[in-house]
Ligand binder design. Structure first.
Ligand SMILES: Nc1ncnc2c1ncn2[C@@H]1O[C@H](COP(=O)(O)OP(=O)(O)OP(=O)(O)O)[C@@H](O)[C@H]1O
Ligand SMILES: [Mg+2]
Length: 310
């Protein structure tokens, strides 16, 4: 089973406001709400492959209940922990006239270490050899900065594969516990090394350093429209980005993580994994907001994926 963990979920409220102007009354012409948060996005995409996952995380208040019912409606299996306080709502203002995207994010819940530990113990009690745990996204207030170190270490002891997708200090802490796979984008990898890594060769060398130092088996470095680099101990492949019409790049990385987790569960070859993940990334970029692409679109892009050994 694949378990996705979203410790800091959000209700994504996307509103369209033509010619959005600050210091003025703005009128919404269209709006939609989606359950958001990186792990939940990963679960949504896995279900589009026809795969199964259990979405876990922390929810609170009426917004938390709304997310839970949306997740249920999407047919996703879930096991959320409910706590006091209100899950955040993240407002995304899309202006199709001015071509701007403005995010206004609420601070979200405050959690205790006891709550986090209880959740971790519950997850550990469910894990079986061969399961996959996807840890992704930011942490709620109150969570220690080394939370991902604790979670990765504990899960690895259960003989499961941990995929970590985080940024900054959270990524730096998590990698010390030797996750199986990490998927930084080129900026996140650069921040980790405090230098600008641009070329595939520079990114590959940084990935190898992390793999050697921390015992990480696989590093996938996504590079937005420029594609991604797949680094394993013996091989590095570079996949070009597919040329598609961009609807929204929100959640592009999450859709790649979903494909990586699904491919791992199905035992796909590296080549098959690259095709599926790049097609999924591109298909999701074609969608608006944080909507997940339909599998037919992903399938149609699979033969178009181009990659080569580095
Ligand atoms: N403009 C684009 N055109 C085509 N494909 C894209 C584009 N942007 C992203 N992708 C696809 O999605 C993948 C992941 O994108 P990206 O590197 O931006 O992830 P990310 O920065 O982790 O995103 P997220 O905001 O979800 O965390 C890329 O490797 C690529 O396959
Ligand atoms: Mg990302």
């Amino acid at each position: 089973m694949i378990y996705t963990v979203t410790l800091n979920p959000a209700l994504d409220k996307t509103v369209e406001i033509p010619s959005f102007t600050i210091d003025s009354v703005n009128r919404i012409t269209a709006m939609r709400t989606d359950p958001g948060g990186k792990g939940i996005n990963v679960s949504k995409v896995i279900s589009k492959f026809g795969g199964k996952s259990v979405a876990t995380g922390i929810l609170g208040g009426a917004t938390g209940n709304a997310i839970k019912s949306m997740v249920d409606k999407l047919g996703l299996e879930s096991s959320f922990c409910f706590t006091e306080g209100e899950t955040r709502t993240n407002l995304k203002v899309v202006d199709l006239v001015g071509h701007t995207n403005t995010d206004i994010n609420e601070p979200g819940l405050v959690v205790t270490e006891e709550l986090l530990d209880g959740m971790l113990q519950e997850l550990l009690s469910k894990l079986q050899t061969g399961d996959i745990v996807v840890l992704s996204g930011s942490l709620p207030k109150g969570a220690p900065a080394d939370t991902y170190y604790t979670w990765v270490s504990a899960c690895q002891q259960k003989d499961v594969k941990v995929i970590l997708d985080a940024d900054g200090d959270l990524l730096a802490a998590g990698i010390k516990a030797s996750p199986y796979l990490i998927k930084p984008n080129n900026h996140e990898l650069s921040r980790l090394f405090a230098e600008t890594l641009e070329t595939p060769e520079e990114l590959e060398s940084a990935a190898h350093k992390l793999m050697k130092k921390h015992g990480i088996a696989k590093v996938v470095v996504s590079m937005g429209g420029a594609g991604a680099l797949y680094v394993t101990k013996d091989r590095t492949l570079y996949a070009e980005g597919l040329k598609v019409t961009v609807g929204s790049t929100v959640g592009a990385g999450d859709s790649v993580v979903a494909a990586l987790a699904y491919a791992e569960e199905k035992g796909m070859s590296l080549e098959e994994t690259i095709r599926l993940s790049m097609a999924t990334g591109a298909a999701n970029v074609m969608c608006s907001g944080s909507q997940a692409a339909e599998y037919e679109v992903i399938e149609s892009l699979i033969p178009k994926v181009v990659f080569r050994s580095l």
